[in-house]
Ligand binder design. Structure first.
Ligand code: ZN
Length: 45
């Protein structure tokens, strides 16, 4: 699974994660998570 913000590889072991509409998203860094949390509809697929 990829970090939807920067397209880097991120997986279930990442501690940066958010759920949106029942789906789990993983991030490489806190700043990517925060960007997602600000506007999840823009990045969620
Ligand atoms: Zn990232």
């Amino acid at each position: 699974m990829k970090d939807p913000i920067c397209n880097m590889e991120a997986n279930e072991s990442s501690k940066f994660r958010s759920s949106h509409k029942g789906k789990e998203y993983y991030f490489c860094s806190l700043s990517c998570k925060q960007a997602f949390d600000k506007n999840p509809g823009k990045y969620a697929k």
